[in-house]
Ligand binder design. Sequence first.
Ligand code: HEM
Length: 431
Amino acid sequence: MIHVPQLKLRGSEVTLRSAVKACRLPEETWPEEILHRRLCVSQRGSRTVVLLADPAEVSRVLVESEKRFPKWLPIYRHSAARETGSGTIFASTEADWVPLRRAIKPLFHSSRWSLLVDVARHATLDAITTGNPTKVEAFFTAISVDVIVRTLVGDDADATADYQLAAIAQGLVDRQHAGDLGGAMQQIRALANICSARGPGDAAISGVDMAGELPPRPRPMEEPFLADNRLGLLYAGQETTALTMSWCFWILGQDKELQSRLRTECREAMAATGCLSPEAVGKMPRLMAVFRETLRLLTPSSTTVRCTTQDETLCGEEIPANSVIVVPIYAIHRHRDLWDDPDTFDAERFLRPIKHPMAFLPFAAGRHTCAAARSVMYEMTAVLATMLDRFEWVTHAPEDMGMANKLVLSPTSEMKVTIQELEPSGAAVTA
Ligand code: HEM
């Protein structure tokens, strides 16, 4: 049986009263009932805080009536945007957000997935040569940072990393474990300086034509937005991706048979297409399902947060204007009405239709959906396919692992594995 850490929800209507804590400290503030109820409401003075786990109402808030429920900006400005600046897409006002989203959209376009998969494969092979997969989080952080830097600066996959990637990755992981956001951002700034100093430098996010590589954009991104978004994308993109790959690796280390089935799937897909490509990744539905199940149970973002601009009715309850609506992604992913055996790791469930599209929200939904939601699945699958082809591994003492909400849901201790090298099949190492 695969061990999956969980949060012990021990909040109540009283602890839910602080909107900031309800966003940042789920264990301390969310009542356990949110795992089987659709709505928890708490009121103090004029401020109402709502935990909303009803999928139809979540759909109305995030998608159908999204303009009536804008992001609750204080929480976004309270976190990483403190370090990146308020010009980042994550914390910008609606008016600033529209051109920013347009400017970055082409970065994640399907025409770039070939490059992304190629970069992911190269970054993994480089990390295998220079890093140490038994240091799971630092290893996958190095890969996700390498991929983001190479795709943000528009390098080709064969570019040599000319910076101390392993050291920066280890520095990031150490500071993230210590909850030292300022320290982590110093590492990110070092990377951002590398991005802006190298040709074609900021072209990828500024909208300058990259030799026809990207579809044309209406307006380039300019300072101070450029600097803030370089930092914002580097920070948000690397941590979520590295954590998801690390958790997935750690989960697979608990089940050698599952690893073996996935290895066969990956090798057959690569052999059929002759190399590791987006087409090959498309033939790896079981590995994709394992990633989805990892994202369901160990989702990096525990919440997405909106507010009301007028009086509303949610699940039949009157919710006044200026209320904070916390969509508890972690709780929806384990909700008793939305999932069978909700705390059990069972990737096969994603090979069948799920009960409601809003029951699975690792990338949120609506206009603020993660810009990289589709492309990052290709990246992560390409990385794990390369690892499965080269290694077999076993996770140490999984039952000792816990989970805590820092800026994202994070492991409470270092992930430990033993690795055994295999004879690679060939397709993952050749282009
Ligand atoms: C497994 C990896 C990832 C996960 C689970 C993830 C999750 C999310 C979530 C939940 C949001 C919505 C946040 C909110 O508004 O409350 C989001 C937004 C966003 N993500 Fe990701 N993300 C991942 C990887 C990435 C990567 C690699 C990039 C780019 C390099 C990226 C760029 C963005 C951007 C730009 C937004 C803001 C969307 C907007 O407000 O318009 N993400 N992501």
